[in-house]
Design a protein around this ligand. Structure first.
Ligand code: SME
Length: 161
């Protein structure tokens, strides 16, 4: 049994730091990328409040393909440049979207989603996946969340590649 859980009363930055430590611990010594993405998605869900979807899309043959996640069933394939995930993957840049309805081409997988954060995972200079977080709260995500998720993506990149 793994007993990872965030301490109460953590600031968002501290929460992200603990999430990163937990993610590195749970993936330590494990070579299976799907298992590692599944556990990291579960940890994100556990450590970050206010989410309705958290998980991975993987870069496969030039498009994004659904990976391990927590939340409602989601669209399976996303072309590069489409939606928030495809934009993050094509540009290699984090997408922090306060209002998904205002994002041109946003792909609605769960009608409850109001805000979204997508962070590319780079390994050896290539985007190998994105981490996608959705929230039913408008403007749920802050620059601290973006920074925390980017640090997480960097920390685990070699273990999901
Ligand atoms: N909203 C995303 C699609 C993935 S779901 O949110 C899980 C997008 O526009 O790329």
């Amino acid at each position: 049994m793994y007993a990872f859980s965030p301490d109460a009363d953590l600031s968002p930055r501290e929460r992200h730091a603990e999430l990163r430590v937990a993610a590195l611990a749970i993936t330590d010594g494990e070579a299976d990328s799907i298992a590692n993405m599944a556990n990291v998605a579960a940890l994100i869900w556990q450590y970050l409040p206010g989410l309705n979807w958290a998980g991975f899309y993987r870069m496969v043959d030039g498009e994004l393909v659904l990976g391990p996640f927590i939340g409602k069933p989601a669209c399976i394939r996303i072309p590069l440049g489409r939606g928030v995930c495809g934009t993050a993957a094509a540009s290699g840049e984090t997408q922090l979207v306060a209002d998904v309805h205002a994002f041109p081409g946003h792909i609605a997988c769960d009608a409850d989603s109001r805000s979204e954060l997508v962070v590319p995972v780079l390994h050896d200079g290539q985007v190998i996946a994105v981490i996608d977080l959705d929230s039913p709260e408008p403007a749920r995500f802050t620059p601290d969340d973006a920074e925390g998720l980017e640090a997480l993506a960097q920390a685990i990149a070699a273990r999901i590649g």
